[in-house]
Write a protein that binds this ligand. Structure first.
Ligand code: PHE
Length: 340
């Protein structure tokens, strides 16, 4: 019995050696190791052996089975490798060519700047409140104390969608929306967003740009709170040694109104091209929320007071990176965008 096992194993191995193609593999497997294969048959024949012979023969059969399984797998692998090599050779695929690098994207410079601004205000306890880019005349103007035909409308050259709908010319309409939603609770928010103006496009003005509005409403909010907030912001954004200059100004929705400048960080106030030789750079407009505006937002001006400010977003990025033309921001020239 044991001798015949040896010769059977030999026969099986020789037959495996002759298997040359992938499609012949299952045929060989069925013949030898399959459920009705010749090696499996051997196990069934064990019953006919004497009890002394049985264990030894059983062990030997298992050995043969395992050996053949391993040989089969190795042979299959070898055939597959040969097939792969042959196809690589015939299809002339040069696997040594360097791959094409995937260019990972990154955040637009404006987004980076918005995030920086947001972070600074978040540290001061401001929440973010976003409002629509397409606004009604009512929100963009009337509720902000700018009735139709008011000469102040000339301050904002407007894209009209129809008689009553505009692309917002500033983020200030968000003040009304925020107050109406806050329903008599104190407010401390920033309102970042895109604005549009029907303006001639020059190196300093685009017809689409971002603003960041701020609004604080509470029970005894004063001008000094406004100035302190702006001063903290400017020092965090531009450095501890920045100086502020406050000028009286006019906006229909704030009273009193101011405009805030800081000393030019490039020439340290001496005067250069960037600050147009004045030594000062504009930061933005601000003021105490006008009583009419508080009222329109649902806050009783006898009980509540507040301040608001609005500033450009591209401007800080331009200062920081010495970008001389705002048109680069949305011109989508990758050579520009990739630099930041
Ligand atoms: N909305 C004003 C502008 O676009 C800026 C501003 C905001 C002024 C808030 C005062 C208070 O010019």
């Amino acid at each position: 019995m044991l001798e015949s096992l040896d010769s059977l194993q030999k026969e099986a191995m020789e037959s495996l050696d002759r298997v040359a193609g992938l499609e012949e593999l299952p045929v060989w497997y069925r013949e030898w190791l399959g459920r009705k294969g010749r090696v499996t048959d051997l196990s069934r024949g064990l019953g006919g052996l004497s009890p002394e012979e049985r264990p030894q023969a059983g062990q030997r059969i298992n050995q043969i089975k395992q050996g053949l399984e391993q040989a089969f797998e190795a042979h299959q692998q070898a055939i597959e490798n040969r097939a792969l090599e042959a196809s690589l050779g015939s299809e002339a695929l040069d696997i040594t060519l360097p791959g094409r690098p995937l260019a990972p994207g990154h955040l637009h410079l404006t987004t980076q700047t918005l995030r920086r601004l947001r972070q600074i205000f978040a540290e001061m306890g401001f929440q973010v409140f976003e409002t629509p880019e397409v606004e009604t005349d009512e929100m963009n103007f009337e509720m902000l104390n700018i009735p139709p035909y008011h000469p102040a409308r000339d301050m904002w050259d407007t894209f009209w969608v129809n008689d009553q709908v505009v692309l917002r010319t500033h983020t200030s309409p968000g003040q009304i929306r925020c107050m109406r939603q806050s329903k008599g609770q104190p407010i401390r928010v920033i309102l970042p967003g895109k604005c549009y103006r029907y303006e001639a496009i020059t190196p300093r003005s685009e017809h689409q740009f971002f603003q960041m509005e701020g609004l604080v409403v509470g029970h005894s909010i004063r001008m000094t709170d406004l100035i302190g907030t702006i001063r903290d912001f400017i020092r965090k954004m531009y450095g501890e040694s920045r100086k502020l200059r406050i000028r009286g100004s006019y906006f229909p929705f704030t009273e009193p109104s101011i405009e805030v400048d800081m000393d030019c960080m490039l020439c340290r106030g001496k005067g250069c091209r960037v600050c147009k030789h004045t030594g000062w750079l504009e930061v933005g407009g601000a003021g105490m929320v006008h009583p009419v505006v508080l009222q329109n937002g649902g806050y009783d001006p006898e009980e509540w007071s507040g301040f608001a400010f609005g500033m450009g977003v591209e401007r800080p990025a331009m200062l920081h990176h010495r970008i001389e033309d705002i048109r680069f921001f949305y011109g989508n020239d990758l050579r520009f965008l990739r630099q930041f």
